[in-house]
Design a protein around this ligand. Structure first.
Ligand SMILES: [Zn+2]
Length: 182
């Protein structure tokens, strides 16, 4: 089977951390694996993923991949909003492509047991929501400064969770800012 990513190497039988079978490209070192093999390890084995102390930087393929089994387009799924890497997934074959270093990255993010969750709508929604809340945080920090933003966020959290939040809010809202400066 030819490598769907680099199109140069051949996929050779291998395992990931001796946990579950995969095929590894003898050129780009990417891994091809079936979701069912991963799930079997996750649900039936007590073998733990190996925590490496070497830092392998994960590469990220920008190009769309074609599933080598079904010939259909693989879909890219963001792993987390902390990293830009996306994992390619063939829905047709329930198969996963991990670029070289991505399994190490997944372990580093403490997601070795959540690989299958990444391909769910809920997970992807969470990644998107987190990214947009980080973006609005950035805008507010630019506007208010870091210290004031931290303070107003604390006040807001206290206010929205307070049993009298409406009354408290009305009280604040009634402040006459034009008089204050006189
Ligand atoms: Zn390859």
């Amino acid at each position: 089977m030819k490598c769907p990513s680099c199109h140069v190497g051949i996929l050779q039988n291998d395992t990931i951390d001796n946990l579950f079978p995969c095929k590894t490209c003898d050129h780009c070192q990417g891994h091809w694996l079936l979701l069912k093999d991963y799930m079997y390890w996750k649900n039936h084995s007590d073998k733990k993923p190996i925590i490496e102390d070497t830092d392998i930087s994960a590469i990220e393929t920008k190009n769309a991949l074609i599933c080598p089994l079904s010939g259909t387009l693989m879909i890219k799924y963001r792993i987390s909003n902390e990293v830009e890497n996306r994992i390619d997934y063939s829905r047709h074959c329930s198969a996963i492509w991990l670029d070289h270093g991505e399994w190490q990255l997944i372990k580093k993010l403490d997601l070795a047991y959540q690989l299958n969750d990444i391909f769910t709508t809920n997970w992807q929604k969470k990644v998107k929501d987190n990214a947009s809340s980080q973006l609005s945080d950035k805008c507010y920090i630019e506007r208010f400064g870091e210290e004031d933003y931290k303070k107003i966020k604390e006040i807001r959290d206290w206010l929205v969770n307070h049993p009298q939040s409406n009354n408290l809010f009305n009280y604040l809202n009634a402040i006459n800012f034009s008089n204050r400066n006189k």
